[in-house]
Design a protein around this ligand. Structure first.
Ligand SMILES: Nc1ncnc2c1ncn2[C@@H]1O[C@H](COP(=O)(O)OP(=O)(O)O)[C@@H](O)[C@H]1O
Ligand SMILES: [Mg+2]
Length: 143
């Protein structure tokens, strides 16, 4: 366990996403675990915005995968992929070009519901667990 933080508002979770984004170099895979409403998408939106993703940062639940072209002055980034595997399984994510996406160091990949595609997730992945403590509190563990 690297870090454990309790956020008291959605804004704090959004800001935590921004702070983690500032540590990125390119090539990271970040898996976001936790129940529905735990804050995975809220965190992702802060993360995406911080790295310069434009437009509406809506949840990928219904489209499975959203691709954001990134122009970042500091990092040599190409795309950030925001994936929600709630409705799919490993074979489907492979069909969407998973292997190509994760091997490109100019990409960053965020995955909600990673447990559904566990067999294709590499070992050097950053895992973040979101736990609902109460209505407004979320315990967020990064490892
Ligand atoms: N501390 C908090 N962190 C994140 N979300 C919170 C927090 N407190 C309340 N919320 C609310 O919980 C919901 C989280 O939704 P979302 O980020 O879509 O979760 P998930 O993607 O894990 O299903 C939002 O409606 C948000 O406003
Ligand atoms: Mg979500």
């Amino acid at each position: 366990m690297l870090k454990e933080i309790t956020t008291k508002t959605a804004q704090e979770t959004h800001d935590l996403g921004k702070r983690l984004a500032q540590k990125m170099k390119g090539g990271e895979i970040i898996c976001l675990e936790g129940d529905l409403g735990a804050g995975k998408t809220t965190f992702s939106q802060g993360f995406l915005r911080e790295l310069g993703a434009e437009g509406a940062l809506t949840s990928p639940t219904f489209v499975v995968m959203k691709q954001y072209a990134i122009k970042n002055k500091i990092l040599n980034l190409k795309n950030i992929y925001h994936i929600d595997t709630y409705r799919i399984e490993s074979t489907d994510i492979l069909d969407l070009g998973w292997e190509e996406i994760i091997k490109n160091k100019q990409n960053i990949v965020l995955v909600e519901w990673p447990e559904r595609i566990k067999d294709v997730i590499p070992s050097n992945t950053i895992w973040i667990n979101f736990e609902i403590v109460d209505e407004e509190k979320r315990k967020i563990s990064i490892s």
